[in-house]
Design a protein around this ligand. Structure first.
Ligand SMILES: [Zn+2]
Length: 133
C-alpha cells in the first residue's frame, strides 16, 4: 500500500529526484507540526513556500493561477496549497488520527464532525472485533 517516495513524487508531477523528495519531506514535517498544532504555521511552512509565486492567466472560464516555483519546490508547494484549501473549505475537519500508534490524518466528512480515526485504524478496529467483511 505504501508508495516509495520517488514513485509518489513522479505520480504527482514531481521529478522524483533526491532534492525533490527531501523538499517534500521537509514540507510534510512542517505540515504535520502545523496540523498537530505543535508549530506556528508562519515558521517552517512560511520559509518552505516563500519562493512560490502565483501568476494570473485570464481565460474565458475565469482566472487560472499558475504556480511559479523552482522545480524542486513545486510539488511540496502544491501539497501546502492543498492543505490550505482543506482548511478553508472544511475548517476544523482535518485532524490527526486519534489512534496514538497511527501517524495518519483524516478529513472528517461526518455530519456531526466527530470522526476520530483514519480509515485504516477503523478497518483494523473492525478486524480486531471480528466484524471485518
Ligand atoms: Zn489512523
Amino acid at each position: 500500500m505504501r508508495v516509495a517516495g520517488k514513485e509518489f513524487a513522479q505520480q504527482f508531477c514531481g521529478t522524483g529526484s533526491k532534492a525533490d523528495i527531501a523538499y517534500l519531506q521537509r514540507m510534510r514535517s512542517a505540515l504535520h507540526e502545523v496540523i498537530r498544532e505543535q508549530a506556528d504555521p508562519g515558521a517552517d511552512l512560511g520559509s518552505l513556500i516563500g519562493g512560490a509565486i502565483l501568476t494570473p492567466e485570464v481565460t474565458p472560464g475565469g482566472i487560472r493561477w499558475e504556480l511559479q516555483a523552482p522545480a524542486v519546490e513545486r510539488l511540496a508547494v502544491r501539497a501546502a496549497m492543498a492543505w490550505s484549501e482543506v482548511m478553508k473549505e472544511m475548517p476544523g475537519r482535518l485532524r490527526p488520527c486519534a489512534n496514538t500508534e497511527c501517524n495518519l490524518f483524516l478529513i472528517d466528512h461526518s455530519r456531526p464532525g466527530s470522526a476520530k480515526w483514519c480509515s485504516i485504524s477503523t478497518a483494523r478496529g473492525v478486524q480486531a472485533n471480528g466484524n471485518w467483511r
